[in-house]
Design a protein around this ligand. Structure first.
Ligand SMILES: *[C@@H]1O[C@H](CO)[C@@H](O)[C@H](O)[C@H]1NC(C)=O
Ligand SMILES: *[C@@H]1O[C@H](CO)[C@@H](O)[C@H](O)[C@H]1NC(C)=O
Ligand SMILES: *[C@@H]1O[C@H](CO)[C@@H](O)[C@H](O)[C@H]1NC(C)=O
Ligand SMILES: *[C@@H]1O[C@H](CO)[C@@H](O)[C@H](O)[C@H]1NC(C)=O
Length: 496
C-alpha cells in the first residue's frame, strides 16, 4: 500500500519536472489558435521557446518541434490542411496552416522532442471554414472584437476627419469631374449593398481593380458589411491635393501634400490574401526565410531595384565612392534608359530573402513610397529610410531611431548613417529588432484585414444618403465555392 502511494508520487513528481523544465516554458499565441473566430487564407500562430535566449539558439531546435493538424470534413474522416513551419531563428517559430474545406474536430498537436507540449493537442469542434467560404457574421462590431482587431485606429480617424455627413451622389459627381483623366488616372466607384459588391470604373488602366475587389469580397465573406459607397484610386499617386476641396478618395499611398484616405498597399493586401497561395513574399514568409542571424550578416548596406527615381541613380554614385559600405545595383532601366551605360550594367534579380545576408537595408522611394518597407522590417533588417513625402498606412506609427534609421531626402547623410551603424552595432541591432517586432504586431495578415474592416466601418458611418446601385454598375461576384455555413445564413447558395 505504502510503496504504491510512493511510486505514484514519484511518477507524479517526474511528470511535473518534465513540464517545468521544458514544455511549460513553451508559449504559443496568435490568431491561428482561434480558428472558429478568425477566418484567414492562412491561419498562423507563434511558438516561443522562451527558455532559450538568442545565444543558445541552435538549428536543432527546429528538428525538435513538430506540428500536426488533423480534422474531419463533412464528407470524410479526413480534412485537407497544409501546414508550414517558419523558423525565425531566435528561438521562435511561426506555424501557419491553410484549410481547404470545412473542417470539424480540428486538432492542433504541438510536440517538442516527440512529447506533446502543455495543453496539446488543442481541440476545436468547428466548423473551421476555409477563407473562400461565404459565411458572413451579422454584426460588424461584434466581429471586429471576435477577430481580434485593435480598438484604436488613430490614422483612420485622422484620415476621415475632413469627411462627415456626406452625400456620395454629390461627391461622386465632383470626383469624376475633377479627377477623371482617362490617360493618367484610374479609379472605381464601389457600391456595397446587402453585402454585395458593385462597381463602375473610370480610366484606361483599371486592371488593379482586382486588388480592391479581392479585399472587399474577402471582408464580405467574413462579415456583413454596412451599405456604403466609396471611390478607390487604382493608381499609385494620391490624388486629392491639400487646398482643393476635400473630396473622399481612397488610395494605397498617402503623401504630405494630399489628403487621400490611405489603405494598406495593394502589395501588402495581396500578400495577406494570398498567404500560402500564389505569392511567396509576405510578412510571415520573410521572417522564416531569412538565413543569417544578425551577427553573421555583412555590415554592408544592400539595395536592389529599378530606376524609378533620380535618387536611385544617386545611390549608385554614392556607393561607387564607398564600395566597402555598399552592395547596391539597379535591376532594370525604364525611366532613365539613356543612362544605362553610366549606371549599369543592370544586375539580375536576386531573392528578396537574400537581401538579409546584409545588416543594413536601404529604402529609397520609387515612383511613390517603396512598398517593400513592411518586408524589410519583418525580415529584421536595419532599415535606412529616405525621408519622403509619401507614406503607407502604418508609417505614422513608426518612430525614427526606434524602428528605422532616418536618411535625408537627398541621401547626403547616408554614408554617415552607415558608418554610425558600423560603430554602434548593438544599437543598430536593437533598431532592427524593434522594426521586426513592429511588423509582428502591426503588419501581419490579421492586422491588414482588421485595418480595412475598421476603415470601411468608420467610413460607412459618415455617409448620409441612401445607398443605391447605379445603372450600368457591374456586380462583382464571390468566387464559386461550395461550403457549409452554420444555419444563420439562408441565402448562401444563391450565387452558386
Ligand atoms: C518570446 O518570449 C520572450 C519571453 O517571454 C519574449 O521576451 C519575446 O518577446 C517572445 N518572442 C516573440 C517573438 O514574441
Ligand atoms: C467531433 O466533435 C463532436 C462535438 O464535440 C463530438 O460529438 C464528436 O464525438 C467528435 N467526433 C470525433 C470523431 O471525435
Ligand atoms: C553583392 O551581393 C550579391 C548578392 O548577395 C553578391 O552575389 C555579390 O558578390 C556582392 N558583391 C560584392 C562586391 O560583394
Ligand atoms: C513629410 O511629413 C513627415 C511627417 O510630418 C515629415 O517627417 C517628413 O519630413 C515630411 N517629408 C517631406 C519630404 O515632406
Amino acid at each position: 500500500m505504502e510503496t504504491n502511494i510512493w511510486s505514484i508520487f514519484v511518477v507524479y513528481m517526474s511528470l511535473i519536472s518534465i513540464k517545468l523544465s521544458e514544455s511549460n516554458k513553451i508559449k504559443i499565441s496568435g490568431p491561428g489558435l482561434q480558428p472558429q473566430n478568425i477566418v484567414m487564407p492562412a491561419r498562423y500562430f507563434l511558438v516561443n521557446f522562451t527558455y532559450l535566449n538568442e545565444d543558445s539558439y541552435t538549428p536543432h531546435l527546429g528538428k525538435n518541434l513538430a506540428v500536426e493538424i488533423n480534422g474531419r470534413s463533412t464528407k470524410s474522416n479526413f480534412c485537407r490542411v497544409w501546414v508550414n513551419t517558419l523558423d525565425r531563428k531566435d528561438g521562435t517559430f511561426i506555424v501557419r496552416y491553410k484549410v481547404y474545406e470545412t473542417c470539424t474536430n480540428l486538432s492542433i498537436s504541438i510536440y517538442y522532442k516527440n512529447k506533446h507540449i502543455e495543453n496539446s493537442p488543442f481541440m476545436f469542434d468547428g466548423p473551421i471554414q476555409p477563407d473562400q467560404c461565404n459565411c458572413p457574421d451579422e454584426d460588424l462590431n461584434l466581429w471586429l472584437k471576435k477577430y481580434g482587431c485593435s480598438s484604436s485606429y488613430e490614422n483612420i480617424i485622422n484620415d476621415l476627419k475632413p469627411f462627415n455627413k456626406l452625400d456620395m451622389t454629390v461627391e461622386i459627381q465632383k470626383i469624376v469631374q475633377k479627377y477623371h483623366k482617362p490617360e493618367s488616372t484610374s479609379f472605381c466607384h464601389y457600391v456595397i449593398k446587402n453585402n454585395k459588391i458593385y462597381r463602375d470604373c473610370y480610366g484606361k488602366h483599371i486592371g488593379f481593380n482586382m486588388f480592391a475587389d479581392n479585399i472587399l469580397l474577402s471582408l464580405a465573406r467574413k462579415v456583413f458589411l454596412p451599405d456604403m459607397e466609396l471611390v478607390i484610386n487604382l493608381g499609385d499617386w494620391p490624388l486629392v491635393h491639400k487646398g482643393n476641396e476635400p473630396l473622399p478618395v481612397f488610395s494605397w499611398c498617402g503623401s504630405n501634400e494630399t489628403i487621400d484616405i490611405v489603405m494598406p498597399t495593394y502589395d501588402l493586401t495581396e500578400s495577406a490574401l494570398e498567404n500560402m497561395g500564389r505569392i511567396t513574399l509576405d510578412t510571415l514568409s520573410v521572417q522564416g526565410n531569412v538565413e543569417l542571424k544578425w551577427k553573421n550578416r555583412k555590415p554592408i548596406a544592400f539595395w536592389r531595384g529599378r530606376d524609378s527615381r533620380a535618387e536611385r541613380l544617386k545611390l549608385i554614385d554614392i556607393a561607387r565612392a564607398y564600395p566597402e559600405l555598399f552592395n547596391v545595383s539597379l535591376t532594370n532601366f525604364f525611366f532613365y534608359r539613356d543612362k544605362e551605360a553610366q549606371y549599369g550594367p543592370k544586375q539580375p534579380h536576386i531573392s528578396f530573402f537574400k537581401f538579409f545576408d546584409y545588416k543594413y537595408q536601404i529604402n529609397v522611394d520609387g515612383t511613390v513610397a517603396a512598398y517593400r518597407f513592411p518586408y524589410l522590417l519583418a525580415g529584421g533588417g536595419m532599415v535606412l529610410k529616405q525621408d519622403s513625402p509619401y507614406y503607407e498606412h502604418f508609417y505614422r506609427d513608426l518612430r525614427k531611431w526606434e524602428h528605422y534609421v532616418p536618411v535625408a531626402r537627398d541621401l547626403s547623410d547616408l554614408v554617415k548613417r552607415i558608418k554610425w551603424a558600423r560603430e554602434h552595432d548593438y544599437e543598430a541591432h536593437v533598431i532592427a529588432d524593434n522594426g521586426r517586432k513592429f511588423a509582428l504586431e502591426n503588419l501581419l495578415p490579421q492586422h491588414i484585414i482588421c485595418y480595412y474592416a475598421k476603415l470601411f466601418s468608420e467610413w460607412s458611418k459618415r455617409l448620409e444618403n441612401k445607398v443605391t446601385i447605379r445603372d450600368g454598375m457591374t456586380h462583382v461576384p464571390q468566387p464559386k465555392f461550395e461550403c457549409n455555413c452554420p444555419l444563420k445564413n439562408k441565402n448562401i447558395h444563391e450565387e452558386l
